[in-house]
Design a protein around this ligand. Structure first.
Ligand SMILES: [Zn+2]
Ligand SMILES: [Zn+2]
Length: 150
């Protein structure tokens, strides 16, 4: 997918455009579950996320690597953005047609509570595997340090 798509929060105060890259994935880490109120299903949009009105969004710096963006009015969780602006993970549910994205991966699978599971056949990665792949230089740190977990 290479074209910009539009999305918004529940109340409509926050709208944005972003250009999804590849397939969507689920993050089961504790931070994403607390923040999203469920599984965080997101798609990477690199640095393409453009909010039409930044005055209605709140940015919560959840780690030194990134921040979580939500609507100040209705609380909808919109996206995780890398601190340096290079990466992003946008909630597929904020896009107008979330069903258009294939959900092909699950990360932090070992952090998923045991009381539910996806029926989709997907690739899975444990916390250790995620750290090894995306943050080899900081793998020894106990704190989350990857795109989808930071
Ligand atoms: Zn809103
Ligand atoms: Zn996560």
């Amino acid at each position: 997918m290479t074209s910009a798509l539009s999305g918004s929060c529940l109340c409509g105060a926050c709208s944005f455009t972003a250009t999804p890259q590849g397939d969507a994935g689920v993050c089961h880490c504790g931070m994403c579950r607390k923040w999203s109120g469920g599984m965080f299903i997101a798609i990477g949009c690199n640095g393409t996320v453009q909010f039409t009105d930044t005055s209605v969004i709140t940015r919560f710096k959840s780690s030194e690597w990134g921040e979580r963006v939500f609507c100040s009015r209705c609380g909808s969780n919109l996206a995780w953005l890398a601190a340096d602006g290079s990466a992003s993970a946008v909630s597929i549910h904020c896009f107008d047609h979330p069903g258009q994205f294939n959900v092909t991966s699950q990360i932090f699978i070992d952090r998923k509570p045991e009381n539910y599971a996806l029926a989709n056949a997907t690739a899975v990665m444990t916390e250790a595997e995620v750290f090894a792949k995306f943050a080899p230089s900081t793998a020894a740190k106990p704190a989350p340090s990857t795109e989808s977990n930071a």
